[in-house]
Design a protein around this ligand. Sequence first.
Ligand code: NAD
Ligand code: LEU
Length: 364
Amino acid sequence: MEIFKYMEKYDYEQLVFCQDENSGLKAVIAIHDTTLGPALGGTRMWTYSSEEDAIEDALRLAKGMTYKNAAAGLNLGGGKTVIIGDPKKDKNPEMFRAFGRYIQSLNGRYITAEDVGTTVHDMDLIHMETDHVTGISPEFGSSGNPSPVTGYGVYKGMKAAAMEAFGTDSLEGRTVAIQGVGNVAYAVCEHLYKEGAEIIVTDINQDAVQRAVDAFDAKAVEPDDIYSVDCDIYAPCALGATINDETIPQLKAKVIAGSANNQLKTSEHGDIIHEKGIVYAPDYVINSGGVINVADELNGYNESRAMRKVETIYDSLMRVFEISKRDNIPTYAAADRMAEERIASLRKSRNQFLLNGHHTLSRR
Ligand SMILES: NC(=O)c1ccc[n+]([C@@H]2O[C@H](COP(=O)([O-])OP(=O)(O)OC[C@H]3O[C@@H](n4cnc5c(N)ncnc54)[C@H](O)[C@@H]3O)[C@@H](O)[C@H]2O)c1
Ligand SMILES: CC(C)C[C@H](N)C(=O)O
């Protein structure tokens, strides 16, 4: 991989390599764009098969956060970290403290939070070394685990997508097929169940499946069967790239709305589902509840204010659908246009982010 060429192509600002022999920390912080404000994005811990894969993942995810934060109306740029290692075996407190010191060295250009493989406890360890971390324990006046709030945002976004597809946003009696019933999807199920939706679930973890069957009268299917079940809404809540050449012909759903990041294998798959008349709720818009919630900590966390902002996901998606129809483009492209227009308009009056009083965490 030619790193500078890649960074130039997608206009990245900064890539930081962090190494600490004592704790085994090997991390890559990617900062994509700070036009709107400091880069906020989670820390992923994963067993990458090569250093190149890790760097590529950090860069790709950081750019995704630029779009997610811009589309959510946040005054924040996009960044992300990957830590190379197995979250089940390789963690130790010193690792996250060493990482916290690296974040501190960036002087507020990058703020972190949870992502796949990291927890509130890890964020608390980072917080021992820096204030530039969110999603820490509520006892610090913080918002804690973002997953339930992401789930609430996905539920609201599902309703917006239902409104677009069916002319009503009621989910009562609708069948929703959920792939991956982990932290976020469990919260989605709670809201769906309360509203009277029929739920179909699958997961590679049998305990997770059983939990959903018991709590929500969900019907369970095998992982490979989730694409072809009879349903109104397909909700990818596990992995990326599940909307691809193999799965699209199997889908019976009129709506795709779920929490997973990078759901489209390529943008062409977004074009294909658009042509088939499937309403796709772009992933980074519908799953922005978690980041909206942790971002509220930067103003001194207020739960009801944060939840009101999360509810705007409904309107953001309706706006995406409007742009899609107005400009005759697929919804993923409409979301990109919405985010890019916001960044471009601010770029005209601002250059790179500089730390100033307005953006510190001093009120926490
Ligand atoms: N947690 C958040 O706040 C948040 C925010 C934005 C986006 N997301 C995205 O949402 C998705 C879910 O996040 P989460 O925090 O609930 O993660 P999680 O690990 O708690 O849940 C994911 C579930 O998917 C299951 N799974 C993995 N591979 C599968 C497969 N092939 N088939 C079926 N099930 C499979 C896992 O067993 C697990 O139960 C991820 O893609 C994540 O990046 C999460
Ligand atoms: C800041 C975090 C809550 C970000 C979250 N992991 C996401 O992908 O949106």
